[in-house]
Design a protein around this ligand. Structure first.
Ligand SMILES: Cc1ncc(COP(=O)(O)O)c(C=O)c1O
Ligand SMILES: N[C@@H](CCOP(=O)(O)O)C(=O)O
Length: 476
């Protein structure tokens, strides 16, 4: 048995005492798209300690790992190492993200890490939904990335970004970073505010006024962030935060910053781990700014290249029909990308018309023989509500992914025996108003097929019995 930690020592201090020797792994920024696997594919590279979001030609950047160094260990070494860390409190490996530290930010001192023990999210076996509503699917799973500290998958990326900012601000680097800022449809802002509050770093969030849920709005307010409610949409907020971060010493926290994706990619690695390192056939991800679909690809591809698994799943990116620039691009045979002014959607966190990571998404989809699907408002709300009827409490974005699954299953693209994972990106409780409107049948031009409004009854035994007998007719 391990001796108990001394009473005057916390888990960071305990970890510092047991600090592993430097492991020789490293990572840096390179221009996107990445070259072939292996180090040294380009001369342009930047240390992760530099504050840089774009390449010299104005393109995206990507975090690149020294794959040759990681490949000195066989895949079985990494599988065993990651498995040995699951569900522990050893700093920082108890986090689902930092349990894969060598694949994420290998060089960061654990003492600089800002973690809320994120990740390790539930992989839910959607037994009834698959069997009863998807023509006998037996191997349907929902990765509940939204059952997390701030209620969305953004925690996975934000722990990495805020940890790196913490490192930059502290000695010996001592960079004069006044705060960290983002534009947001409500989830990035919640995660940024929570991690900054935990680290004591100022957070600044730009939100499109009246376009995010009340639950999302209260999160940064409660965490003490500077909240700017702007009379524009998300794309307008994004343009503004980019201008502001170019002018002021405010570090940019949106997924344009490729550090975020290093954390988000661990959800893909976690899925493989939860299946005992077997690769699912399909993974369906709702897409907005399009960083996450690439993050999933990166996680899967890294595991393939390093021999933890031997193939990639096929990826599906699902968009709301009201905010579908990637879907249109895909339908054009990847010939014509047209940004759009996104229309309101119940999946409000993906109401994005000019996604920053469109080129990243294309790489991910082409490499995985992927598909882009779309869902109308009625389709996504019905899919979400039907999933709820089978024991989930899905958010509308998960509804978009589920609606895509229904279509692909119906047309036979996804087979009854295909192991399929739907990525649930946020907690349904963050979007309760849309559920209330659905169940109240208050949505214009929507039949709300699965509405289940509460029944108002007189507090009287007879009246209650009448209602129950009617409801349970034939079952009593
Ligand atoms: C709940 C939710 N689902 C899905 C997405 C889409 O992720 P991405 O922007 O990385 O495509 C977002 C944010 O955009 C989100 O907040
Ligand atoms: N849904 C996001 C939109 C911004 O995406 P990001 O990944 O680029 O930060 C949000 O919640 O703000």
């Amino acid at each position: 048995n391990k001796p108990r930690r001394a009473a005057d020592e916390d888990i960071r201090e305990e970890a510092a005492r047991h600090r592993a020797p430097a492991n020789g792994f490293s990572a840096w920024y390179e221009p996107f798209p990445p070259g072939p696997a292996g180090a040294g594919s380009t001369d342009e590279r930047y240390s992760l300690d530099e504050i840089v979001y774009r390449s010299s030609s104005g393109g995206l950047l990507d975090v690149r790992h020294d794959m040759a160094a990681l490949a000195r260990h066989p895949g079985s070494y990494w599988r065993d190492l990651f498995d040995s860390r699951v569900g522990r409190t050893v700093w920082p490996y108890g986090s689902g993200v930092w349990s894969k530290k060598e694949f994420v930010l290998p060089g960061i001192d654990p003492d600089h890490i800002v973690s809320l023990f994120e990740g390790n999210s539930n992989l839910f076996w959607a037994e009834r939904l698959g069997r009863d509503h998807l023509a006998g699917m037996k191997d349907l799973w929902v990765k509940h990335c939204g059952i997390s500290h701030t209620g969305s998958f953004k925690d996975l990326g934000m722990t990495v970004l805020v940890s790196q900012v913490n490192r930059l601000r502290r000695a010996p680097l001592s960079r004069p970073i006044a705060g960290v800022g983002c534009a947001s449809t409500g989830d990035t802002s919640a995660a940024l505010s929570a991690y900054c509050a935990a680290a004591g770093i100022p957070a600044i969030v730009f939100l499109p006024a009246n376009r995010i849920s009340l639950e999302q709005l209260i999160q940064p307010i409660a965490n003490g962030a500077t909240v700017l409610s702007l009379d524009t949409d998300f794309d307008g907020c994004m343009r503004l935060i980019r201008e502001v971060t170019a002018e002021l010493p405010i570090y940019l926290a949106n997924s344009l910053n490729s550090l975020r994706l290093e954390g988000q990619k661990t959800a893909a690695i976690e899925i493989l781990q939860q299946f005992d390192w077997e690769v699912p056939d399909w993974v369906i991800v709702p897409g907005g700014n399009l960083g996450n679909i690439y993050a999933f690809y990166k996680g899967f591809e890294m595991c393939r290249v390093l021999g933890l698994v031997d193939r990639l799943p096929r990826l599906v990116c699902a968009q709301a029909a009201n905010a579908n620039p990637l879907y249109r691009y895909y339908k054009s045979g990847w010939t014509q990308f047209q940004p759009q002014v996104a229309e309101p959607t119940f999946a409000s966190a993906i109401q994005i018309g000019d996604p920053v990571s469109v080129d990243r998404a294309v790489v991910a989809l082409k490499a995985t023989n992927g598909i882009v699907a779309e869902a109308t408002e009625e389709e996504l709300m019905n899919a979400m509500s039907l999933a709820d009827r089978t024991g989930m409490f899905a958010c509308p974005h998960t509804g978009v992914a589920l609606a895509a699954l229904f279509k692909l299953r119906e047309e036979g693209t996804i087979g009854a025996n295909d192991r399929t994972v739907v990525v649930s990106t946020a907690h349904g409780l963050k979007f309760s108003q849309s559920k209330i409107d659905y169940h109240d049948q208050k949505i214009e031009d929507m039949a709300c097929k699965y509405a289940n409004p509460p029944v108002s009854v007189k507090a009287d035994f007879g009246a209650v019995m009448d209602v129950l007998k009617k409801r349970l007719k034939g079952k009593l």
